[in-house]
Design a protein around this ligand. Structure first.
Ligand code: AMP
Ligand code: MG
Length: 341
C-alpha cells in the first residue's frame, strides 16, 4: 500500500481512514504514535502486524476528554483522579481495569487498559474530531528507536500503514511514564518525564516496579522476560561507559584506540564533545539540561544507523530525576552492555 502524508489541513482524510479501521501515525508530545481504532479488534491487530510487535505487548489508548475515560476504564481511584488533574494532558499513562468494550487484542490479553491524554494540539484534534479512542504504540518497527519525526515513521513503516500525519518534530522525545493505578498501590512500570518525585508530591508513596532497578547493574542477569530483548536499539553495537566524566572520556578514548576508525562513533555531550579522538562524535545534549538529552536520544541512534557505524560508545548519565528515564532507554538500546570506568 502507498503510505500517504497528511498535514493538519487534511485532517479530515486521516480521520476517515481511522474510522474505516486503517492505520495513521500521528505526533504526540512524547514520540509519534501508530494510531488505530482501539475498540476495533481488527484495527488493533493491524498495528501488531505493521510493527512486527509481539501480540502480548499491550497498546496505550489515547483520549482527548477526561469524561470519556469511564467508557473504557473502571474502578478509577481517587489517586488516579489526582494524577490526571495534575498531569493530563501530558506524558503520563495510567493503567486501569478495563471495560468490556475494550477488546483483548488492544490490551495484549490483559484485563487492564493503559490510557493517556497527550499534550499535543494536533493529536487532541485527531482524537476529538474522529470521536474514536485511538490505540497508539510508538510508530516504529518493534525493537528500533522510537520515531521523533514523520521521516522516522516512514523509514520504518512506509508501505505498511495507510498514512502519517506530519506535525513536525516532537517536543519531549521519550515515551510516557506508565503508572499502574489498577490496584491499591501505585506502581511505576516505565519511567519518563513525570518522575517518581513528581508523582509522590501528588499522591504520596509510589512504588517502582522491581525490574526497573536492575537497569545499570554490572553483569545483570535479566529476570523479567522482556528485559533480555534489545529495545530501542541501533544496528551498531552500543556500549555505555559509566563513571565520573573525565574517567569516562579516558576510558572511551582507550577503547577507540582498538576500534576501526571508520566504523566507530561516540555519543558525547556539549561538555565533552571536543575531548574524543574519534571522527564521528555526536552531541546528544547538555548535562546542564537533561531534557535536551532525552529529546535527541532516538534521533542520534537513527543517524548512527544511517552512517553504518558498527561500534558505538555512549557516555552514561546520572540516574536521578529525568536521568532515570534516559538510562532506562539507553541501557535497553545497549542490550545491557555497560562498562564502569
Ligand atoms: P509503546 O506505546 O510502544 O511505548 O508501548 C506501550 C507499553 O505500555 C507496553 O509496552 C507496556 O509496557 C505498557 N502497557 C500498555 N498497556 C498495559 C497494561 N494494561 N498493563 C501494563 N502495561 C501496559
Ligand atoms: Mg514502543
Amino acid at each position: 500500500m502507498e503510505t500517504k502524508i497528511y498535514k493538519e489541513a487534511n485532517l479530515i482524510e486521516a480521520i476517515q481512514v481511522l474510522k474505516e479501521g486503517g492505520l495513521v501515525a500521528f505526533p504526540t508530545e512524547t514520540v509519534y504514535g501508530l494510531g488505530a481504532d482501539a475498540l476495533k479488534k481488527e484495527a488493533s491487530k493491524k498495528i501488531y502486524e505493521a510493527k512486527g510487535r509481539p501480540s502480548d505487548n499491550p497498546l496505550i489508548v489515547h483520549i482527548a476528554r477526561e469524561e470519556d475515560l469511564s467508557r473504557i476504564a473502571k474502578n478509577i481511584s481517587l489517586d488516579a483522579q489526582k494524577l490526571m488533574k495534575a498531569f493530563w494532558p501530558g506524558p503520563l499513562t495510567l493503567i486501569f481495569k478495563k471495560q468490556d468494550i475494550v477488546p483483548y487484542e488492544t490490551t495484549g490479553g490483559l484485563d487492564t487498559v493503559a490510557v493517556r491524554m497527550p499534550n499535543h494540539k494536533l493529536a487532541l484534534r485527531l482524537i476529538e474530531e474522529s470521536g474514536l479512542f485511538l490505540a497508539a504504540p510508538s510508530a516504529n518497527t518493534s525493537g528500533r528507536p522510537s520515531p521523533t519525526c514523520a521521516a522516522h515513521v516512514l523509514e520504518d513503516l512506509s508501505g505498511k500503514i495507510d498514512g502519517v500525519l506530519d506535525g513536525g518534530e516532537v517536543n519531549l522525545g521519550l515515551e510516557s511514564t506508565i503508572v499502574d493505578v489498577s490496584s491499591k498501590e501505585a506502581v511505576i512500570l516505565r519511567p519518563g518525564f513525570i518522575t517518581k518525585e513528581m508523582l509522590e508530591k501528588v499522591i504520596g508513596n509510589v512504588q517502582l516496579d522491581p525490574t526497573l532497578l536492575e537497569g545499570a547493574k554490572e553483569n545483570m542477569k535479566p529476570k523479567a522476560p522482556g528485559m533480555k530483548y534489545k529495545h530501542y536499539a541501533p544496528k551498531g553495537n552500543l556500549t555505555i561507559v559509566m563513571g565520573e566524566t573525565s574517567q569516562v572520556v579516558n576510558k572511551i578514548n582507550t577503547l577507540l584506540l582498538s576500534s576501526p576508525k571508520d566504523k566507530v562513533a561516540v555519543i558525547a555531550t556539549e561538555e565533552t564533545k571536543d575531548l574524543y579522538q574519534c571522527n564521528q562524535v555526536r552531541v546528544i545534549g547538555t548535562r546542564k539540561d537533561e531534557a535536551t538529552i532525552a529529546a535527541h536520544l532516538y534521533r542520534i541512534l537513527r543517524e548512527l544507523d544511517e552512517l553504518g557505524v558498527e561500534i558505538i560508545y555512549s557516555e552514561g548519565f546520572s540516574e536521578s530525576g529525568l536521568g532515570f528515564a534516559i538510562m532506562n532507554r539507553l541501557v535497553k538500546a545497549a542490550g545491557h552492555q555497560i562498562i564502569y570506568a
